[in-house]
Design a binder for this molecule. Structure first.
Ligand code: ADP
Length: 237
């Protein structure tokens, strides 16, 4: 069942297009990796899917009963965010904020949701720790737990392994794959095409050689072959 359908979508800012005529479908349980050169519009597309940004043209439809508040988002981390002065518990719980409405406190069930996702991410021993004292890999697990509190159906991840060492990056990739195997649909921006191809079911390549299809189609397609073999899996940003 399609949960996101984009038809001839043009994205950009102030009437200026950064990517044009994007057409793709994400079905329940898919793992879509968005790859492409720096500046090709990957983050802009994620912002557009989150409705933080209006498409300049085309149509985006959300199906499969996906409500406005059922999309979890893991943003790209900035240096300032890495220094955020809050505990792990406070950060994860803040993922439940959209469920509070005008209520100025968290309910028992929201606290239970936060606890469940903390356990799911294997960070129960860190709950009282200050976020800024954690390693990059631990911080990403905290942000993933937060995103899972906001939504359990669709996760949008903007370069979740950026800045992590190879071991922490591999752990993060397997964690995301496990969530996908549990039924969560994943849309992830990745800089590392070789890793993207390993885990994804579908690839959307933005830039000069725009492509959308299954990962098998991508590896056999000229664009996929070129980027995977010629660049050793790293995109040529
Ligand atoms: P990517 O994620 O593929 O690196 P982005 O989506 O971040 O690319 O950026 C695509 C283009 O849009 C870039 O040229 C960037 O400078 C521009 N851009 C990004 N954010 C804004 C903004 N808030 N206002 C205007 N232009 C922007």
């Amino acid at each position: 069942m399609a949960i996101v359908t984009c038809q001839n979508v043009t994205i950009g800012y102030d009437g200026h297009a950064v990517a044009e005529k994007l057409s793709f479908t994400v079905s329940d349980g898919d793992y879509l990796c968005i790859v492409g050169e720096n500046g090709s519009g990957k983050s802009t597309l994620i912002k557009t899917l989150l409705r933080l940004q209006k498409p300049l043209d085309g149509k985006i439809e959300f199906g499969g009963g996906l409500g406005q508040n059922e999309i979890g988002y893991l943003p790209q981390q900035t240096e300032v965010q890495k220094d955020f002065p809050a505990t792990v518990w406070e950060i994860v719980l803040s993922g439940c904020q959209s469920m509070c409405g005008i209520r100025p406190f968290y309910s028992r069930s929201e606290k239970d949701t936060a606890k469940k996702n903390i356990e799911r991410m294997g960070i129960s021993d860190l709950v009282k720790r200050c976020y800024r004292e954690l390693s990059g890999g631990q911080q990403q697990r905290v942000l993933l737990a937060r995103a899972l509190c906001a939504a359990n159906k669709l996760l949008l991840l903007d370069e979740p392994v950026s800045g992590l060492d190879p071991k922490a990056a591999a752990d993060m990739y397997s964690l995301i794959k496990e969530l996908n195997a549990e039924g969560i649909t994943v849309i992830m921006i990745s800089h590392d095409i070789a890793e993207a191809v390993k885990y994804a079911t579908h690839i959307l390549h933005l830039g000069k050689n725009q492509f959308f299809g299954t990962k098998e189609e991508y590896v056999n397609n000229g664009t996929g072959k070129y980027f995977i073999t010629e660049n050793g899996g790293e995109d040529c940003a």
